[in-house]
Design a protein around this ligand. Structure first.
Ligand SMILES: N[C@@H](CCC(=O)N[C@@H](CS)C(=O)NCC(=O)O)C(=O)O
Length: 203
C-alpha cells in the first residue's frame, strides 16, 4: 500500500468524503489540516492553488472526486461492472452539482433569515427535491443506490444528505426511503466510529 497524505483545511468540506473512504477501507493516512491563517503562505507552493490534494508517495493528485474515486477503488467501493461504476460517477457529479448550489447560498453575504428563505423557497423545490424524489423511488426498490452492495456513491449520499438534514432537520420528511438509507450509512461501523472521533469543525 502506498503512503498517503491528505492535505486540506481544518474542515470537512470537500475532503470529508475522502476521509470517510479512508475510514471505511481502514486505510492508513496522514490527515494534514491547514489553518486558514497559514493558507496564504502555503497556497503559493500548492500545485493549482486549491485543496484537497492527495500525496501518494511522491506524486500529488488534485480534485476531490478524482481522489475519492481512486481511494474508493482501493477500499473496494467501486463496482467491478463498468456501467455500475459509471452510475457511481454520475451520482457523485449530481451530488457535487447540488452542493455547489447549496454553498452558493451558505457563503453568500445575505443574513441568516434570507439564506433560510432561499433554501426553503428556491433551493429545496428547484434543486434538492427533484433529486430526492428520484432517489427515494430508487431506494424503495433496492438496498443500495447503484449496486447490490455499498459503493462510494452511497457514502457520498449519506454524507451530503446527513449534513443537509442537520442544517434543515425537516428536509427529509416525506422521503422515508432516503431517511432510512442515510441512517444505514451512518450506522456502518467504520463510518460511525469516524463520525464519533473526527475533529469538531464548523464546516
Ligand atoms: N474542483 C476542486 C475544487 C477545489 C476547491 O475549490 N477548493 C477550495 C476549498 S473547498 C480551495 O482550495 N479554496 C482556497 C483557494 O482557492 O484559495 C475539487 O473538487 O477539489
Amino acid at each position: 500500500m502506498p503512503e498517503y497524505k491528505l492535505i486540506y483545511f481544518n474542515a470537512k468540506g470537500r475532503a470529508e468524503l475522502i476521509r470517510w473512504i479512508f475510514a471505511y477501507g481502514d486505510i492508513a493516512y496522514t490527515d494534514e489540516r491547514i489553518e486558514w491563517c497559514d493558507w496564504p503562505a502555503r497556497k503559493a507552493d500548492i500545485p493549482g492553488g486549491k485543496l484537497p490534494l492527495l500525496v501518494v508517495d511522491d506524486k500529488t493528485l488534485p480534485q476531490s472526486l478524482a481522489i475519492a474515486r481512486y481511494l474508493a477503488k482501493q477500499a473496494g467501493l467501486v463496482p467491478q461492472d463498468d456501467l455500475e461504476a459509471a452510475f457511481c460517477d454520475a451520482l457523485a457529479d449530481t451530488l457535487s452539482e447540488m452542493m455547489h448550489e447549496v454553498y452558493k447560498i451558505i457563503f453568500s453575504p445575505n443574513d441568516e433569515e434570507e439564506k433560510k428563505r432561499q433554501r426553503k423557497e428556491e433551493l429545496f423545490p428547484n434543486v434538492i427535491s427533484p433529486i430526492l424524489t428520484r432517489l427515494n423511488k430508487q431506494l424503495e426498490e433496492r438496498e443500495w443506490l447503484v449496486s447490490n452492495e455499498v459503493t462510494w456513491a452511497d457514502l457520498m449520499f449519506g454524507l451530503v444528505m446527513g449534513w443537509l438534514e442537520k442544517k434543515d432537520p425537516e428536509m427529509l420528511n416525506g422521503f422515508p426511503a432516503i431517511q432510512q438509507h442515510v441512517n444505514k450509512i451512518l450506522a456502518l461501523p467504520k463510518i460511525k466510529q469516524w463520525v464519533e472521533e473526527q475533529p469538531d469543525t464548523a464546516f
